[in-house]
Design a protein around this ligand. Sequence first.
Ligand code: C2O
Ligand code: CU
Ligand code: CU
Length: 498
Amino acid sequence: MRRRTFLAGTTALAAAGTAAYGYSKYQSVGLQRLSSRKPLQFSAEIDARQNGEFSISAEAGATQFIPNVRSRTLGFNQSYLGPVIRVAAKGTTRAKVSNKLSFPVTTHWHGLIIPGIQDGGPHQLVEPGKIWTPDLTIDQPAAMVWYHSHVAEQTARQVYAGLAGVMLLDDGKDEERGLPVSYGQDDLVLVIQDKRLNNRGEMVYSSNMHDRMTGFVGNTMMVNGQIDPVAKVPNSIVRLRLLNASNAATYSFEFSDKRPFYVVATDSGYLDKPVEMRSLRLAPAERVQLLVDFRSGSDPLLLSSIKPTLIGGGFMGMMMRGRSMIADAFDGQTAVLAFQTDKSLAQKVTTVPDQLDGGIPDLTAKFARHRLFQLDSGMGMGGGMGMMGGAMTINDQAFDMNRVDFSVQKGTFEKWTISPNVLSHPFHVHGVRFVVLAEGGRPPSVENRGWRDTVLVREKTDILIEFTQTAQQQKPFMFHCHILEHEDAGMMGQFAVT
Ligand code: C2O
Ligand code: CU
Ligand code: CU
């Protein structure tokens, strides 16, 4: 009777007047048998550790998300998304970014702790036909970071169309740590996104009032640009590196058999030891690395649901969450990825390490300044739909390329307190890493442990930031909501570090 539940949900949604979300007959329902699923593909890997450089070029493409239906997309070196770039966690890597498109793009290295001049934010446009060649002076713990276009007011469209990819900061010590290291075999990079397919099966974007307000949420889940794939894995411990590369949706993941998994790393690197969990929240732009035990040989599904953006959930929360937009095959969850164990594959790692060498942040570090940030999505209290249309602001100011909001002293720590209003927002800061000190005055959730560069702000959140990199007034760092529609609508500011 699952099918009926799903249809009822769709009808209720349409009746409630939010038909804008659209229901596509092509959307994923996650019920495909293993035999009819396509094997999960992985982006080409560029290993820049040898000669210390890599090249990517932004180009236009056509991608078949649905067989024989072409969608217009963008990518780096390929039609959609970009290669996985492996670089040394310590050392200088030369990036060559060329733009084969007819409009400007940028490549921001989200998670790299490097000077403002290398950052690739809105002030570093790569014009059509031009090449940008920053030397990335990387020196930070091993981590999974990512790169994406960051043009003012165009980020949502460009990232949605595909201008994003993964970068792995590799310090060569993962085998010593006892972690799986074979890319595409027992070390799987999973770029997770929700996309909207229309009734012809084409990937579409819209930015109507509602989409801008809540952030754009799709009707179909994709992993590495594929719908309902299956990953073949060995009967061993497998590492999953998840990136939430969606425009706006916060996901909650779990396995269909509720098996435990072990979190080994968050945004900016490893934890001090693996943390066992059974479900996990991942907000836009966040990364997490998990170890999953496939030794039993059974074949679970990775399920996801979309968390409500409206603080407190409630009726409006139900309306805005992805639940009814993404097929409701598993009680509000969608199977994003199936796993199939294969005994013939090499079993390299068979135990979960008990210790990792991730630094434990010093929560008592002295901070030089305390700053307050009020995020405002222009909605009236209570989230009335009639109140839409206000500006997206931070401390009552919308983003302005020509206004640097403040300057931070290099080499210091600062405490920032970020408060949301009505909606929760994934708050990101460029060029730094930070620790979450408290959420609503309480210790942070497991998801917010470790060093990070993005935090989902659901209530008043205190973070402690370490500023180690210079950013001049002309090439400042950004701080912003990573719901890309909010960022583009003004929920972004900039600061210098001198
Ligand atoms: Cu991933 Cu300023 O962004
Ligand atoms: Cu960033
Ligand atoms: Cu936001």
